[in-house]
Design a protein around this ligand. Structure first.
Ligand SMILES: NC(=O)C1=CN([C@@H]2O[C@H](COP(=O)(O)OP(=O)(O)OC[C@H]3O[C@@H](n4cnc5c(N)ncnc54)[C@H](OP(=O)(O)O)[C@@H]3O)[C@@H](O)[C@H]2O)C=CC1
Length: 389
């Protein structure tokens, strides 16, 4: 009798488990799908694979919007993330759809159309054309749809095309945070004030790498603020950056360029958009108040040494680079992409006033996305690589 009841119990448990599995797999199959570019492990560029069977994101909070992506861009970060860059830190804060690492969708900035919205989104209606960014710990936007908190978007400026707009926000917010948060051009935190222009009047700024995605936008922000801007680039980019109206273009490939850079100092700010790094601040006997580099060792230290020792190493790096820069009276800082709402509003206004015009290096279709990744990987960009969906 006891044997029979145990048999019945096992059978019932088995049946329930089978029913649950069938239910789950049916739910999995009936889940809405979309197309997207994903990586399933870290490696080379060919890890980026197209699939028509990607789970469509959905709205998970009243502040979120579901967006049909119309255009996007590729950034050096996307290419680096394929290689596993930042994975240690990002996994510690990751909040993608299922809190899992893979499959991972890259892509950080987009222009798109609102197709669904959370209840707490009175500023947006279905069909609105918006632009925005996706924080690095979330699934990206190199896919048909993206779900994003409305604090990372705003209405797209009407005076530029989708493709032009797609070139701006990630690079623009990086430039914005380097100028206002790290260097504090306005004398305050960029979080507090950026609506009144003129913060650069009387200031001399050197932008290293003025032809690239971040560099060409940084130049335009600084000029809109009234700063005198000098920039470096290689010879074939000189006419392009001259067109931006900078006061001096220095071709860094010439022998005399170092002397010019030193003679032109002191600088209120040197903004490194050319991956020169903190070390470069001390290479020349020049004077500066602030040196901000976007080549930060922060995530690399976490990747290589773990969260604790990586954190300690970051502290050590920050102190040592500043101690060696003391002789020039300058402060050396790291700059980052920060998805700031007031940064998005600032860039929107700059575009609407035609003080910021993006430079497009090249345009690819959504189906050609791997070619766009290759283009960014190969470097020497003149503006941005954009994707039209
Ligand atoms: N920390 C962060 O959160 C972020 C960091 N970044 C980093 O900032 C840097 C710039 O990004 P992005 O503008 O998108 O990159 P791009 O590749 O678009 O631009 C880099 C530009 O620098 C030029 N360049 C290279 N070497 C020099 C040099 N010695 N002097 C002057 N110019 C040079 C390149 O052209 P050429 O080689 O022909 O001279 C190219 O035009 C990258 O290293 C990127 O990884 C970017 C965004 C966020």
């Amino acid at each position: 009798m006891r044997k029979l009841s145990s048999f019945l119990l096992i059978k019932r448990t088995f049946c329930n488990a089978t029913k649950t599995a069938i239910k789950e797999s049916t739910a999995e199959k009936s889940y809405p799908r979309m197309s997207g570019w994903q990586i399933h492990s870290y490696g080379e560029l060919d890890e980026v694979q197209f699939s028509k069977n990607v789970k469509k994101p959905y709205i998970r909070s009243p502040k979120e919007l579901l967006v049909k992506v119309d255009a996007s861009s590729v950034n050096p970060l996307d290419v680096a993330m394929i290689n596993g860059y930042g994975s240690a830190f990002l996994n510690s804060i990751r909040c993608n759809t299922d809190n899992i690492e893979f499959p991972l969708i890259l892509g950080r900035d987009f222009v798109g159309t609102v197709v669904h919205k959370g209840l707490d989104n009175k500023d947006y209606k279905i069909g609105d054309k918006i632009w925005g960014v996706v924080p690095v710990q979330k699934q990206g936007c190199h896919s048909e749809f993206v779900a994003v908190d409305s604090c990372y978007v705003s209405k797209k400026p009407k005076n530029i095309s989708d493709v032009e707009a797609a070139a701006i926000l990630y690079a623009g917010l990086t430039a914005y945070s380097g100028i206002f948060l790290s260097a504090q051009l306005n004398g305050l935190s960029g979080l507090l004030c950026s609506s009144v222009q003129g913060n650069g009047v009387g200031k001399k700024v050197l932008v290293l790498g003025g032809a690239g995605g971040v560099g060409h936008i940084a130049i335009q922000i600084l000029q809109a603020e009234g700063a005198e801007v000098l920039t470096t680039c290689s010879q074939n980019a000189v006419p392009l950056v001259e067109n931006l109206g900078v006061s001096k273009v220095i071709d860094y490939t010439t022998v005399e360029s170092d002397k010019i850079l030193i003679d032109e100092s002191p600088y209120d700010l040197i903004l490194d958009c050319a991956s020169k790094g903190a070390e470069y601040a001390n290479v020349h006997p020049w004077k500066f108040k602030n040196y901000v580099t976007f080549k930060s060792p922060l995530l690399k230290n976490f990747d290589e040494k773990g969260m604790l020792f990586g954190g300690l190493n970051n502290l050590k790096d920050l102190l040592s680079q500043n101690i060696s820069a003391l002789y020039s009276n300058g402060v050396v800082k790291w700059g980052y992409f920060v998805p700031l709402k007031n940064g998005i509003s600032y860039l929107t206004k700059l575009v609407e006033k035609e003080q910021l015009v993006p430079i497009i290096d090249s345009k690819f279709s959504y189906g050609e996305l791997p070619k766009a990744y290759e283009k960014v990987y190969s470097g020497h960009l003149r503006g941005k690589v954009v994707i039209e969906y």
